[in-house]
Design a binder for this molecule. Structure first.
Ligand code: ATP
Ligand code: MG
Length: 387
């Protein structure tokens, strides 16, 4: 059973009267890899600083193991932080950088012994795969190696929790990917709770047990990477995580939604009859078929080769969808599409409705969607549901 370690209870943060965090309620389990994910300025670092004790919340409480720690100073918390600019000591070698914190530590008023320090540094060098690098000047290391020294330096103090603020931001793509698996491995090997901050959704999905999506100083959704991707709570989350076509729909009844004047089967329910909803359809969940056989007809507007798949933009009455497919249809071709019920995900309308989801620069035409052709299609579609 996972055990709750840290809790933020109704935490708000204001600077000069302006709220940048609004009533955050969040708990972190022991040994969990939890990621705070959101765009720049959404409040990720501020949340981390409150946990680390570098910032006192304007209102609300922070608990560690059930004990309120609002007034506990950062170095008295069982928490260590790796900041984005991790600032190794340039005049110290790898060993001395990692040993630095241990040399300052006192146990029962006594310094740690040389043997104890050396044993713990050696253990950490093993964890971050830097055995043999002890004497190396940190300035002579690659970015990824420096990053691993920073991790070892934080872990050697045996914190219960490690806070990591965009720790891979400075690395190139390849190294970033390597370090993602490395961090995940270290987290699993040490059993330390990781609270990780990133604005990179792929990174968040790849590494985390739990993802917390933030925007505007508020939590938008908490869940496993699969939950967040498959069941986004609102248009913001759907847009921020992965690629999504987000459309206006009308829920006719449980399992039946109207899009572009046509009825589609879906798996969601629990909405009021004829309730307006946001509908998210992932580009990989759309099947291309002959125009005559499609539930909807559209015209291929552009094609981008992505290696395994093509990204194609298809124009449906001026609303542009992204479809990912292995079938190539030339630009200008009229195609049909079909969507399985489990490829259609229904969301409640929210403050983010209408802000995202169309893959064109001239989505204003979408307003004209209730044209004659669509009305006709709605009539034709009455009675039979598409599958
Ligand atoms: N000390 C401060 N004084 C005033 N405003 C601040 C302070 N610290 C943060 N803010 C504001 O709070 C908001 C959230 O900042 P925060 O650093 O938490 O964002 P973030 O999600 O970490 O963004 P990024 O991805 O760019 O690092 C921003 O609008 C920022 O300008
Ligand atoms: Mg930040």
């Amino acid at each position: 059973m996972s055990k709750e370690l840290i809790r933020l209870s109704n935490c708000s943060m204001a600077f000069d009267g302006e709220y940048v965090l609004k009533d955050i309620n969040l708990y972190f389990n022991d040994k969990e890899f939890l990621t705070l994910l959101g765009p720049s300025g959404c409040g990720k670092t501020t949340t981390l600083r409150i946990i680390g004790g570098f910032q006192k919340p304007t209102s609300g409480d922070v608990f560690f193991d059930g004990v309120r720690i609002n007034d506990v100073l950062p170095h008295k918390r069982a928490v260590n932080t790796i900041f984005q600019k991790y600032a190794l000591f340039p005049h110290l070698n790898v060993y001395e950088n990692i040993a630095f914190g241990l040399k300052l530590q006192r146990q029962n008023g006594k310094k740690l012994s040389k043997a104890e320090i050396s044993g713990r540094v050696s253990e950490m060098l093993d964890v971050v795969s830097l055995k043999g690098f002890e004497k190396r000047d940190v300035t002579s290391l690659s970015g990824g190696q420096q990053q691993r020294v920073a991790i070892a330096r934080a872990l050697v103090n045996r914190p219960k929790v490690l806070l990591l603020d965009e720790p891979l931001g400075a690395l190139d793509m390849r190294l970033r990917k390597d370090m993602q698996s490395e961090l995940k491995r270290i987290q699993q090997a040490t059993g330390i709770t990781f609270i990780y901050v990133t604005h990179d959704q792929e990174e968040a999905l790849a590494m985390s047990d739990t993802v917390v999506v933030m925007e505007g100083g508020a939590i938008q959704q908490i869940g496993t990477p699969e939950d967040i991707y498959n069941e986004p709570k609102n248009a913001f989350v759907a847009d921020f995580i992965g690629e999504s076509n987000i459309l206006d729909g009308i829920m006719h009844s449980d399992g039946v939604v109207e899009l572009f004047g046509r009825k589609f089967q879906c798996l969601d329910g629990g909405f009021s009859p004829m309730e307006p909803v946001d509908v998210v359809i992932r580009p990989e969940d759309i099947d291309i078929v002959d125009a005559a056989e499609g539930t909807l007809k559209g015209t291929v507007a552009s094609i981008t080769f992505r290696g395994v798949l093509y990204d194609i933009i298809v124009d449906f009455h001026g609303f542009k969808w992204l479809i990912q497919t292995t079938d190539l249809s030339p630009i200008g071709t009229e195609i049909g599409i079909k969507i399985d019920p489990d490829g259609i995900h229904i969301m409640k309308k929210s403050e983010f409705s209408g802000m995202y989801g169309d893959y064109s620069s001239f989505s204003d035409k979408y307003d004209d969607i209730g044209d004659a052709e669509s009305e006709l299609e709605l009539e034709e579609a009455e009675g039979g549901y598409e599958t």
